[in-house]
Design a protein around this ligand. Structure first.
Ligand SMILES: Cc1cc2nc3c(=O)[nH]c(=O)nc-3n(C[C@H](O)[C@H](O)[C@H](O)COP(=O)(O)OP(=O)(O)OC[C@H]3O[C@@H](n4cnc5c(N)ncnc54)[C@H](O)[C@@H]3O)c2cc1C
Length: 104
């Protein structure tokens, strides 16, 4: 949305209280798919004759979890901040402040 607005000539400021990239990048879509992928790949190999015989071990939970974490860039958002800046958007860190008057 921010990128869309910027490309159409509007000034964009992104207000973020936590990490730029939000839930999907750090807690949801990306790390969850990275976690699931190891199990899917192993199950697929076990279903395939010839490959199945080569699969002699099981997954190590610690490695699977580390893979999930690696997709979060260790919860650093430097890369996404660089992208925002290169696209000409302003980043304001911290919680949104509501400037409306109480009687509005
Ligand atoms: C386990 C899991 C897996 C998922 N997998 C997928 C998937 O594969 N594909 C898919 O499409 N969707 C997936 N989703 C859903 C997806 O994560 C959400 O739909 C998406 O993140 C919503 O984006 P958003 O920008 O609306 O909200 P968010 O990602 O929650 O972003 C809102 C941002 O606003 C910030 N914020 C909130 N309040 C304030 C405030 N007052 N001041 C300043 N900043 C504030 C928050 O810090 C946050 O960074 C998954 C969700 C989960 C839980």
């Amino acid at each position: 949305m921010a990128d869309y607005a910027k490309k159409r000539g509007l000034s964009v400021a992104v207000v973020e209280a936590e990490l730029v990239g939000s839930e999907c990048s750090y807690w949801a879509c990306m790390p969850s798919k990275a976690l699931l992928r190891s199990g899917h790949a192993l199950a697929a190999a076990k279903r395939l004759d010839c490959a199945a015989q080569a699969v002699t071990g099981d997954l190590y939970a610690a490695h699977v979890l580390a893979r999930g974490n690696s997709f979060t860039s260790d919860w650093k958002d430097d890369g996404q901040v660089s992208w925002l800046e290169s696209a000409g958007m302003n980043l304001i860190r911290g919680p949104r402040r509501d400037h409306r008057r109480k009687d509005d």
